[in-house]
Design a protein around this ligand. Structure first.
Ligand SMILES: *[C@@H]1O[C@H](CO)[C@@H](O)[C@H](O)[C@H]1NC(C)=O
Ligand SMILES: *[C@@H]1O[C@H](CO)[C@@H](O)[C@H](O)[C@H]1NC(C)=O
Ligand SMILES: *[C@@H]1O[C@H](CO)[C@@H](O)[C@H](O)[C@H]1NC(C)=O
Ligand SMILES: *[C@@H]1O[C@H](CO)[C@@H](O)[C@H](O)[C@H]1NC(C)=O
Ligand SMILES: *[C@@H]1O[C@H](CO)[C@@H](O)[C@H](O)[C@H]1NC(C)=O
Length: 320
């Protein structure tokens, strides 16, 4: 009897300990669980300690819109370099312009030399590539006038606003990843503004074979390496690398097709829906040079100028 009692006593203690352990654990799992990301760590922080570097795990998709609509949405002072995009997508439908929707999770942003790290965040918006910002007739720039950005990240919100971007603090599904898997196998991503009715939602299905996509990876590499601007007070030069271990082999870019629904600037009116949108899901590390004078970037290699995008000190896949 005494033995039983003490056994009971012990097991009760054990249970209490176990229970509080589980409780603590599930608490921390819940807080982290809300932000447990599958993104790979930033491989560039060590190679470029004196630069802002990070990882963007993204769905990039092209929405063809009539050139006349593009002309109406894009501020009139910026010419549209149709020849530049026709070089990359010769079969793109006549009279159309490629808007890119970028839905991404920004991960492990660092400025290593200064010990600066930034919380992850998500962002989504429409981007208008191949624009003649400097009036030279060939340097391509990308207008990204509006973004929905995770409401939890003040630095990202303010950092984007400093470009003159219309920024909406937003919540995301999933909260801390580039997308989540639906029961039907498709991937899902949605950003919803907390301060307006704006949202952008993507549901994409992986294509069985890359050749089924009308767009090459080269197109997306080209567009995402064009300097970005909002009100053109300054330009963001983000160099996205598509050739690190993050984007090859098991993690090679996946061509996707799907549906984009949105109510977001600069599209006007109600909810827009585009079906049969093609794109790619790819994670790339990046180096970001912020708040540059746009004019100094005219003719820069990323824009289609004569330069060479080779960066000394970075030429091996194996090191990453
Ligand atoms: C990108 O995000 C997806 C979805 O969360 C994840 O499965 C994948 O591992 C990520 N890729 C990289 C290279 O971080
Ligand atoms: C890193 O930052 C320096 C200083 O801003 C800049 O001159 C250099 O071009 C950047 N490196 C890359 C690879 O962009
Ligand atoms: C662009 O936006 C920035 C940040 O809000 C602001 O300081 C600047 O005056 C704006 N420039 C123009 C031309 O609107
Ligand atoms: C992007 O494409 C244009 C052709 O439209 C080309 O001139 C330019 O060099 C490309 N940029 C990069 C970084 O590959
Ligand atoms: C990787 O891409 C960058 C720019 O996109 C280029 O400068 C570099 O030479 C490439 N490295 C390899 C090994 O292809």
């Amino acid at each position: 009897m005494a033995l039983r009692l003490s056994l009971l006593h012990i097991s009760a203690v054990v249970l209490v300990v176990l229970f509080s352990f589980l409780l603590n654990n599930s608490e921390s799992a819940a807080t982290q669980g809300a932000c447990a990301t599958h993104d790979h760590p930033n491989p560039l922080a060590e190679l470029f300690p004196n630069n802002a570097t990070g990882v963007l795990n993204a769905t990039l998709a092209i929405i063809p819109i009539p050139l006349a609509t593009a002309r109406r949405l894009i501020p009139p002072q910026y010419g549209i370099l149709e020849r530049a995009y026709r070089t990359l997508i010769p079969n793109f439908p006549e009279g159309m312009y490629p808007v890119m929707v970028q839905a991404a999770h920004d991960h492990d942003v660092q400025f290593r030399a200064y010990g600066i790290t930034m919380d992850d965040f998500s962002r989504v918006g429409f981007e208008f590539p191949f624009l003649d910002l400097t009036g030279d007739g060939y340097s391509s720039f990308r207008w990204a006038p509006a973004q929905l950005i995770s409401a939890t990240n003040d630095i990202a919100l303010d950092g984007s606003r400093a470009y003159g971007t219309l920024v909406s603090p937003a919540e995301y599904e999933p909260a801390c990843n580039a997308y989540r898997q639906l029961a039907n196998g498709a991937t899902y991503f949605k950003g919803s503004s907390l301060t307006s009715a704006e949202f952008v939602e993507l549901e994409m299905t992986r294509l069985q074979h890359p050749t089924l996509s009308p767009y090459s990876l080269e197109l997306f590499r080209n567009i995402t390496n064009q300097p970005t601007f909002a009100n053109a007070t300054s330009c963001d030069n983000m160099i996205r690398l598509f050739n690190t271990s993050m984007s090859v082999g098991a993690h090679a870019p996946v061509p996707v097709r799907g549906r984009v629904r949105a109510r977001a600037f600069p599209f006007q009116g109600g909810v827009k829906e585009w079906a049969d949108v093609y794109g790619v899901q790819v994670a790339t590390p990046f180096i970001e040079n912020n708040y540059l004078d746009c004019r100094t970037m005219r003719g820069y290699s990323g824009t289609g100028g004569p330069g060479d995008s080779y960066m000394s000190g970075f030429n091996s896949n194996d090191e990453l």
